[in-house]
Design a protein around this ligand. Sequence first.
Ligand SMILES: C[S@@+](CC[C@H](N)C(=O)[O-])C[C@H]1O[C@@H](n2cnc3c(N)ncnc32)[C@H](O)[C@@H]1O
Length: 214
Amino acid sequence: MTDTPAPAPAAEFWEARYRDAGRVWSGRPNELLVQEAGDLAPGTALDLGCGEGADAVWLASRGWRVTGVDISATALERAAGHAAEAGVGDRVVWERHELGPSFPAGSFDLVSAHYLQSPVALDQQAVLRAAARAVAPGGTLLVVLHAGWPSWQTEPPFDAVFPTLDGVLAELALPEGEWSVETRRTARRPSVSPDGVEGFREDHVWRLRRAGGC
Ligand SMILES: C[S@@+](CC[C@H](N)C(=O)[O-])C[C@H]1O[C@@H](n2cnc3c(N)ncnc32)[C@H](O)[C@@H]1O
């Protein structure tokens, strides 16, 4: 009899989330990625919590060589399918990791993490610190996190602690003099509830540049 370790609860949660739905996200790249990474020269990119791969596919279509990482095998299978449909399957590799206990090897010109937030166990501080360490000299760390619930959400579905602009920068504990903060802002976008109530949602955005490179 083989002794297969039980899957972690976080992996079970996210795998069920994807497996039980036809498609979870829109298939379009995140607007804040387009705004913040659109002017970067392509190189190597790491997309943390890539979900169904829309950001990774967008980056690959702009010339990046991308590693997409997620905890859900189903999400990664869908992401690989979207990359193949878009004709960029050869520019993206997909790796399944439970970020926190595990992290992909290597260093990257862009490390991007959009909405890497979870109602189940996720050591976000440890993951973001590892993300910063994975940025190559001269490279960029781009982090986008929800700043709160949508304005129309009167009863939050679960307890959540949302980040602050200064809190995440402090938690990153970046070495003095090695990083410059290029973007530190809160973006507001329209948001409509499933019942059609119009409102907005705010996200925090950090774009940080590591010194060095050419
Ligand atoms: C809110 S979704 C965001 C997906 C995508 N980045 C986007 O913007 O559409 C969070 C993603 O993080 C993944 N995730 C959550 N915890 C994770 C972990 N510990 N390691 C790797 N991926 C994780 C989930 O499977 C999910 O795809």
